[in-house]
Design a binder for this molecule. Structure first.
Ligand code: HEM
Ligand code: HEM
Length: 180
């Protein structure tokens, strides 16, 4: 099934979830390697790849959110309290905010630095911001912080998924993997 049902996420939501998990993870690793590199031509090239990959991620996160908004969410397990339901919703909202915050802060940092960015060597992104070292530093700080929050929130989220599967023994993890 492509679309979600009241009992499980559909193929599209699962593909988005696991593809983005892998892409976000590799982007966090590549970003950290990039930040460690000494200034120079090699760093410029690696930054170009990281930025292009990040732009693809931003589009995918946006499409995932759209897909979520036009799909029903699977029903929560029986016995879920209103408080637990709100917590689950709040956590998903937080994950989306952080997922968007990371590439957006990267783009704003890059824009304010005045460095032209080529999308995998195919075309150059237009620059829509005035060059400013202060604004660059502001968004560099944000880009260096949001990913840590995203990792922490994801760890909490993974913990919750494992708790459902191994302790509560319900269908929550199956709904996002092999179907329930
Ligand atoms: C979801 C997508 C992205 C993730 C997960 C990500 C992750 C990271 C991480 C973890 C770092 C290291 C930060 C630090 O330790 O200071 C980093 C650095 C960097 N990112 Fe991203 N990034 C993403 C998207 C982008 C985008 C779209 C751009 C720009 C268009 C960008 C530009 C940069 C730059 C220029 C650095 C190096 C900063 C420095 O040298 O201090 N990133 N990224
Ligand atoms: C980068 C890391 C991750 C992020 C940002 C993330 C984000 C999300 C989001 C936003 C949802 C809500 C459904 C949607 O809008 O598509 C979700 C659902 C889910 N995720 Fe993740 N996820 C991550 C990693 C993982 C991992 C590693 C696991 C497994 C251990 C996992 C298990 C689940 C499960 C079981 C659901 C369904 C839970 C429910 O509907 O309440 N996630 N995830």
């Amino acid at each position: 099934m492509l679309k979600n049902t009241p009992h499980t996420y559909g193929i599209v939501a699962k593909l988005f979830h696991w593809l983005l998990f892998l892409m976000l993870l590799s982007s966090v690793v590549m970003g950290n390697l990039l930040a460690e590199m000494p200034k120079g031509a090699e760093k410029m090239q690696a930054a170009g790849m990281h930025k292009s990959f990040g732009a693809v991620l931003l589009v995918l996160i946006f499409l995932r959110l759209l897909w979520r908004l036009v799909n029903p969410q699977p029903r929560l397990p029986e016995g879920t309290t209103t408080r637990q339901a709100m917590l689950a919703k709040g956590m998903h909202l937080l994950l989306y905010l952080l997922m968007f915050g990371q590439p957006l802060s990267g783009i704003l940092m890059s824009q304010a630095s005045g460095v032209p960015v080529s999308f995998f060597g195919l075309f150059e992104f237009p620059v829509f911001m005035a060059q400013s070292p202060e604004v660059t530093e502001l968004f560099r700080g944000m880009h260096g912080t949001v990913w840590i929050l995203l990792v922490l929130a994801s760890l909490g989220h993974i913990g919750a998924a494992l708790h459902h599967h191994f302790i509560k023994k319900d269908n929550v993890l199956k709904q996002m993997t092999v179907g329930a």
